[in-house]
Design a protein around this ligand. Structure first.
Ligand code: NAD
Length: 353
């Protein structure tokens, strides 16, 4: 394994391998960039087939966090942690405590949080060993669940994209297809319904889709059909990588805006959407609501819910800038988003090193 030659290595500041004999911990923490502040990023627990797969994931995801935090104007950098373990059977208190000690050894340069395979309860165990944990529910009103905040941001992102892509000022009568009605998709669907949108929903968990459709008067289609429905907006809220070159050709929607991470299967898929005149909303701009809320929990000045919501709503201003530049420069919005993020984190003096 050659870290510095690894295809996902992108001038990461620090990569730490942690091993604990007693608990069986095998973990990697990657700190991509701390120019704007300490590196925040979730802890993923996954039974990776090998160390190289774990390294690939942690390098890629930590870099993504730098871009997401910079674009959301947060005083944070990008990091991520992975534990090579099956969360269903290997996740013991001893393992999590060993992880807590590893996080603590970095002295606050990396702040951990929930991610797939780790829960708020796991963060409570990690917090016995380190104070560098976020996303814990507290008496003062902070959330342990980021999904309502993420959905709030996606709602404002989608509204902005509809303005730029369809020239419509309101969501009333706009038809939106939501792929995946889990935590974020359900909150988003309710907000869109309240704003007057008409919904088509799909989930591999058909019962969840039918239940929500009954509540909101939505249409249900099968997971295979969701790309083909005649709608104005496609909102991917299930998995990453769903927009490949075949899906680009199938979409009837003129706007794509959703919560899923890494929606584009490849840069070519993004360019193809652009050529077809479909406005793509950069995913990490749209889905930053959760990380914005977590950032507010870390502020020494205190947590105010109205201020958190207002900060999340400014995702719309960021996207206004991105869509305008994209139009002026005839470039896909995701390429402009990367440039705006880089301008923001490269312009900062080093804060947390
Ligand atoms: P979730 O697991 O609660 O919901 C995902 C839903 O998608 C589930 O109901 C699942 O059954 C469904 N699904 C899976 N495969 C599908 C398919 N092929 N077709 C249709 N439905 C399918 O997850 P979530 O927390 O709602 O997150 C949704 C997406 O948003 C994920 O990609 C996640 O990484 C991303 N995201 C979430 C947050 C957050 O705050 N939860 C923040 C940023 C990004």
């Amino acid at each position: 394994m050659h870290v510095f030659q690894h295809p996902e290595f992108d001038r990461h500041e620090q990569i730490v391998f942690g091993f604990d004999d007693v608990s069986g911990l095998r973990a990697i923490i990657a700190i991509h960039n701390t120019c704007r502040g300490p590196a925040l990023g979730g802890l993923r627990i996954f039974p990776y087939a090998n160390e190289d797969d774990a390294l690939t994931d942690v390098l890629r995801l930590s870099r993504g966090m730098t871009y997401k935090s910079a674009l959301a104007n947060l005083p944070l950098g990008g990091g991520k942690a992975v534990i090579i373990a099956d969360p269903k059977c290997d996740k013991t208190p001893a393992l999590l405590e060993a992880m807590g000690r590893l996080v603590d050894s970095l002295g606050g340069r990396y702040i951990t949080a929930e991610d797939s395979g780790s829960s708020e309860a796991d963060m409570q165990v990690i917090a016995r060993q380190t104070e560098h944990v976020s996303g814990l529910r507290k008496a003062s009103g902070e959330s342990g669940d980021p999904s309502p905040f993420t959905a709030h941001g996606v709602f404002f992102a989608l509204r902005c994209a509809v303005r730029h892509g369809l020239g419509r000022q309101h969501l009333k009568g706009v038809r939106v297809a939501i792929q995946g009605v889990g935590h974020v998709g359900t909150h988003l669907a309710r907000k869109l319904y309240a704003a007057g949108a008409t919904l088509v929903v799909s989930d591999v968990n058909e019962a969840a889709a039918v239940q929500l459709a009954n509540e909101l008067g939505a249409e249900v289609v099968s997971p295979a059909e969701i790309f083909d429905v005649d709608v104005d907006v496609f909102a991917p809220c299930a998995l990453g990588g769903v927009i490949d070159e075949t899906v680009c050709e199938r979409l009837k929607a003129r706007v794509v805006a959703g919560a899923a991470n890494n929606q584009l299967a490849s840069p070519d898929a993004g360019r193809r959407l652009h050529e077809r005149g479909i406005l793509y909303t950069p995913d990490y701009a749209a889905n930053a609501g959760g990380v914005i809320e977590v950032a507010w929990q870390l502020r020494r000045q205190g947590y105010r819910r109205e201020a958190v919501m207002a900060h999340i709503e400014r995702i719309e201003d960021t996207l206004d800038e991105i869509f305008q530049r994209a139009r002026r420069e005839h470039s896909p919005p995701e390429e402009i988003a990367d440039r705006v993020a880089e301008e923001r984190f490269k312009a900062q003096p080093h804060q947390a090193a």
